[in-house]
Design a protein around this ligand. Sequence first.
Ligand SMILES: Nc1ncnc2c1ncn2[C@@H]1O[C@H](COP(=O)(O)OP(=O)(O)OP(=O)(O)O)[C@@H](O)[C@H]1O
Ligand SMILES: Cc1ncc(C[n+]2csc(CCO)c2C)c(N)n1
Length: 280
Amino acid sequence: MALAPTPPPPPPQRPTMCHSSAFLLPPHPSSSSPAPGCGGPASTSATVALVVLNQPLPRFAPLLWSRAALRVCADGGANRVFDGMPGLLPGGQDPDEVRARYKPDVIKGDMDSVRPEVKEYYSNLGTKIVDESHDQDTTDLHKCIDFIAKDSSVADKSNLSILVLGALGGRFDHEMGNINVLHLFPNINIILLSDDCLIFLLPRTHTHMIHIERSIEGAHCGLIPIGMPSTSTTTTGLRWNLDNTSMSYGGLVSTSNIVEEDKVTVTSDSDLIWTISLQN
Ligand SMILES: Nc1ncnc2c1ncn2[C@@H]1O[C@H](COP(=O)(O)OP(=O)(O)OP(=O)(O)O)[C@@H](O)[C@H]1O
Ligand SMILES: Cc1ncc(C[n+]2csc(CCO)c2C)c(N)n1
């Protein structure tokens, strides 16, 4: 008697990881309650670390600075805080007073971009300077994420979100290096930000529930297998959903997709990049 063919094994059950960009919402008058959605970095329980890169500061830099428990400048990012923060605050404030108030905890990198007077200014205020000019094989962003990952002031790393300012919209080699850092640290929630969009990694270990913040996020989004091809990705909540679909760079990638629902779910056998536009 012929044996019946063995059915394929059921897909692995993955735990659900929740994402929300509520950290970009303006402060609520009674802001002690957790953010809507799943309690993203703006919720009372999550810890935010900020990394400022060497690019123009996005308009929401002061807000995110005030929400962060740890503020790290990647090399020339310190110049951007020194030069740019006074201009992002309501008029009439003394620039020197603003600079003293927005003091980075750490400046780390190969130190070929931070201006000597900026380094000295913050060093005199107590900023920790970590000179890694000997390391010409990792980017300054990589060095900063390493620092935060090992920093004892952020005890609960499972509850940590690292917001990276100025990661996109500049030099393409830097942009690709910044996206590579997401793949190098798949277990840390790192969000790359610019004025126009945000990007984070969806590790394959989880099903992802992405809460859309309609007041700040736009409709355009993308789901991109940059690090590795995917043989099976399934989504809900998008105009062009994937249903057990293969994606690869060089084959199908989901760009110019549109968010249709308040929640988007993604399950994939590969790590994917999620990106969504921000409203201006
Ligand atoms: N134009 C850009 N676009 C995107 N990210 C950038 C850009 N410029 C800098 N960065 C980010 O800011 C970090 C610090 O920048 P900085 O200019 O100090 O680096 P760098 O090592 O001196 O760069 P390079 O020597 O390649 O010009 C970089 O590691 C990168 O993550
Ligand atoms: C294969 C290879 N390509 C590029 C670099 C250069 N590089 C990469 S990260 C970095 C530091 C930037 O602050 C520099 C100079 C390298 N080392 N190895």
